[in-house]
Design a protein around this ligand. Sequence first.
Ligand SMILES: [Zn+2]
Length: 232
Amino acid sequence: MPHRLLTNNRAWATAKKAADPGFFTRLAKQQNPRYMWIGCADSRVPANEITGLDPGEVFVHRNVANLVVHSDLNALSTVQFAVEHLKVQHIFVVGHYGCAGVRAALHGLRIGLADNWLRHVQDVRLRHRRRLEHLSPAQQEDVLCEMNVIEQVGNVALSTVIQDAWGRGQAVAVHGWVYGLQDGLLKDLDVTMERREDVVAKFGAAIKRYPRGPEGAAAGDAADSSFGPGVL
Ligand SMILES: [Zn+2]
């Protein structure tokens, strides 16, 4: 008795071939995706399914809490392959509300080894704490999910891969989206970066949409303005 997943797979392949007899032979020759998706590993956020894309149409990298860490060779190699070899035109960093990784980072919950990974989300929280602390716990979770995406869009844009691509005139845009588990809808966080000159201004405009609390206004939030390397 084959495993249920193998049975499902046979049915899927048969249906796909019936609808489009050349589907697999065409895809086996080459992939030519226009899009790259960097998302959370959460099983409820499958890139192809929620965007209505077929195999071959989106190049995907997923990890816990959709992070792009400066020194993560796994993520950076995937971005490099997507940009330099596949020539994707759009990279979407996609977070989601109700992200367990973001929640753990926000509340300091211990999960295990992943706590060390999620320190990167805690860094986002600390950096923008004046814009978070005056909100209710539920609002803080949602806003931190969004802010984490904005930060990761900046990290992709500041990577050598994207900086070099823009430097040689290659058209590739980096977008930030967030997905709602409750309604299945994607929301554009309006932080799209398409040029080197975009990065600091787009990042600043996106973060400033989250007002500081009264205490923050008095104390200032110097961390917000420290984004980006000195060369930009
Ligand atoms: Zn998640």
